[in-house]
Write a protein that binds this ligand. Structure first.
Ligand SMILES: Cc1cc2nc3c(=O)[nH]c(=O)nc-3n(C[C@H](O)[C@H](O)[C@H](O)COP(=O)(O)OP(=O)(O)OC[C@H]3O[C@@H](n4cnc5c(N)ncnc54)[C@H](O)[C@@H]3O)c2cc1C
Length: 398
């Protein structure tokens, strides 16, 4: 079997494929060497983590920080850390993306060939398999090709040329800083909190994650807002990379919004974050019509993209792999296995896509009047936005 892409979904898929007893598993990862750890965080729901631990994909050896509460705050007068309008539960474990990837990578058995600097240019479906054509011109044939190659997937392009990612209309600015650089007082930001600063037209969620190599703790923030209209053309086409000039426009915009709407403590958190530790991620939406077709199969972001508000991008990727393993083990033909995988995972991909859109509308594109909210109003707003079901990912069937 071949796995195209060697990130979270690719490493999980390689593990899945090797556990089915495949004679040969080759991972093609276009990046050279280790994948670059951008140092930022991701969060896994406690219950979804427990299911994947039981399935043998994750374990407690991967460094994490336990989170519990999500206080929502707004700017009010001179209140240093803002005024709390409500608290939602946040039973998540937070991870450093890079350390999670390294742990998954280290779990791939030696029998798997993990090729770096191997960009796949095209995948050619055949009657009983598929050919992987590399950018350097080489070709190899496999019984099954697993597309774990992210939102611009070449495997998906071979299955559904019209299914490409569409810009959702706004961005996430991400940043990290060492926890020891946090301003005071300590009560402004408790260790188990995923504090959310709400403002007209967006919000910023802030939580702690393990530091590089699991040593110490970093603070990770994700700020969501619609950028100035002049930048839109750069994000409408997911195949283009925004030019450097947009970086300054977007940085200035972030700082303007923060100064206008954030309580002083949270302004300082953003201002203390070094420029090289921030980056921008456009929101994209996409779900492939099916996650399997012939001998091609899709996992993770290649199959469907979950906006980060759903708290389920990495969970969905690892779950996809766990279900693919179960389907391949229990069916007596390729066709039956892939049909069963698609039937179980494609509806989850679509549901998560819709939840991401709905949470994006409620939290960014059509924000409520935050300042008049109290706990009751927040609870019903969250339910209406869809947060009561599927937030943090869907249950993994046994
Ligand atoms: C370097 C990196 C850092 C990230 N950091 C964060 C983070 O900090 N927080 C967070 O929430 N999410 C992060 N993500 C995204 C997160 O990992 C995904 O949303 C989720 O885990 C699903 O991942 P995926 O493996 O499906 O897709 P991706 O993580 O996008 O991985 C796709 C992989 O396929 C490879 N690839 C793509 N095309 C080809 C090709 N033609 N040939 C060979 N290889 C190819 C890419 O190089 C990449 O490694 C990051 C992704 C990457 C690649």
């Amino acid at each position: 079997m071949a796995v195209v892409g060697g990130s979270i979904a690719g490493c999980s898929a390689a593990l899945a494929a090797s556990r089915t007893g495949a004679d040969e598993v080759v991972v093609y990862e276009r990046a050279l060497g280790r994948l670059q750890d951008r140092g930022v965080g991701l969060a896994l729901h406690n219950d979804r983590y427990a299911e994947l631990e039981a399935a043998g994909y994750l374990d407690a050896g991967m460094p994490w920080v336990q989170l519990a509460r999500r206080p929502w705050v707004v700017r009010r007068g001179a209140e240093r850390a803002g005024h709390e309008i409500g608290v939602l539960p946040f039973p998540f474990r937070s991870y450093n993306w890079g350390s999670l990837w390294r742990e998954l990578r280290s779990r791939i058995p030696e029998t798997v060939t993990y090729r770096t600097g191997a960009a796949v240019a095209q995948v050619l479906p055949q009657e009983d398999g598929a050919v992987v054509r590399l950018a350097d011109g080489g070709e190899e044939r496999f019984d099954l090709v697993i597309g774990a190659d992210g939102y611009r997937s070449v495997v998906r392009a071979a299955m559904y040329p019209d299914a490409f990612a569409r810009y959702g209309g706004y961005l996430a600015w991400r940043g990290t800083l060492p926890a020891e650089q946090l301003p005071g007082p300590a009560e402004a930001f408790l260790p188990q909190d995923a504090t959310t600063v709400a403002f007209p037209g967006g919000h910023m969620i802030v939580y702690r994650i393990p530091g590089p190599g699991g040593v110490g703790t970093n603070v990770n923030w994700v700020f969501y807002a619609t950028p100035p209209a002049s930048t839109r053309p750069w994000f409408d086409d997911p195949t283009t990379v925004p030019p450097r000039a947009t970086t300054q426009i977007l940085t200035d915009y972030l700082h303007r919004v923060v100064e206008e709407h954030f309580p002083p403590f949270w302004q300082e958190v953003v201002h203390l974050t070094p420029a090289e530790e921030t980056f921008v991620q456009p929101m994209y939406d996409m779900a492939a019509p099916h996650f399997a077709c012939g001998r091609l199969v899709l996992l993770g972001d290649a199959a469907s993209i979950a906006r980060p508000h759903t708290g389920s991008g990495a969970i969905k990727a690892v779950q996809d792999a766990a279900v693919l393993e179960r389907s391949l083990r229990s069916a007596d033909s390729w066709a039956a296995a892939l049909h069963s995988y698609d039937a179980e995972r494609a509806p989850v991909g679509r549901a998560v896509l819709e939840l991401g859109r709905s949470l994006g509308r409620a939290q960014v594109q059509q924000t409520p009047e935050w300042t008049v909210m109290d706990q009751r109003a927040m609870d019903s707003w969250w339910q209406e936005a869809g947060g009561g079901s599927g937030f943090g990912g869907h249950t993994l069937r046994r």
